[in-house]
Design a protein around this ligand. Structure first.
Ligand SMILES: Cc1cc2nc3c(=O)[nH]c(=O)nc-3n(C[C@H](O)[C@H](O)[C@H](O)COP(=O)(O)O)c2cc1C
Length: 139
């Protein structure tokens, strides 16, 4: 039986990330995720991360705990978690997008507000979920 699970979290980098810093994270992520069969996407803009993880429930939970303790970012907020029947990003061990178009900015505004207050967080859960799903590989 497949026991697939998805998680979306947002976080703040503890310093501005250079391309090299991002590369280092992605190298680690890709290497590990291929082993643990985790797939997903990492978004970054102006010191803010958003990441979508999918895989078996246990693999996702273990990875989330590991990522949460990583000092390269802080203030993690879990925006979404749910069992799923099918992967959305099944060929992406960890896709990366550095966001800079207008559309992304609008959604990132919602994201920023989520860091500031709980009401905004509740209101923005769906926006953030839909934003991640707009990168759906199957589209
Ligand atoms: C924003 C962010 C996203 C990360 N994403 C992943 C990931 O998808 N997979 C992963 O294995 N590590 C990821 N990491 C790195 C982990 O926190 C951790 O440093 C790494 O898994 C340790 O790898 P190791 O056990 O091979 O030393 C991420 C770190 C950050 C800051």
């Amino acid at each position: 039986m497949s026991d697939l699970y998805q998680v979306i979290y947002i976080s703040m980098a503890t310093k501005m990330m250079s391309e090299q810093d991002i590369e280092r994270i992605l190298d680690q992520a890709t290497k590990n995720n291929l082993k643990t069969d985790i797939t997903g996407i990492l978004l970054y803009k102006s010191g803010l991360f958003m990441q979508y993880l999918e895989g078996t429930r246990i693999a996702v939970k273990n990875l989330y705990t590991k990522i949460k303790n990583d000092h390269r970012h802080t203030s993690l907020i879990k925006m979404h978690e749910k069992p799923i029947v099918e992967r959305v990003f099944k060929n992406w061990a960890m896709e990366f997008r550095h966001l800079n178009d207008i559309n992304s900015l609008l959604n990132f505004d919602a994201y920023l507000r989520s860091h500031i207050d709980d009401t905004a967080k509740e209101n923005n859960r769906e926006t953030i979920y839909n934003f991640i799903m707009s990168f759906d590989q199957r589209n």
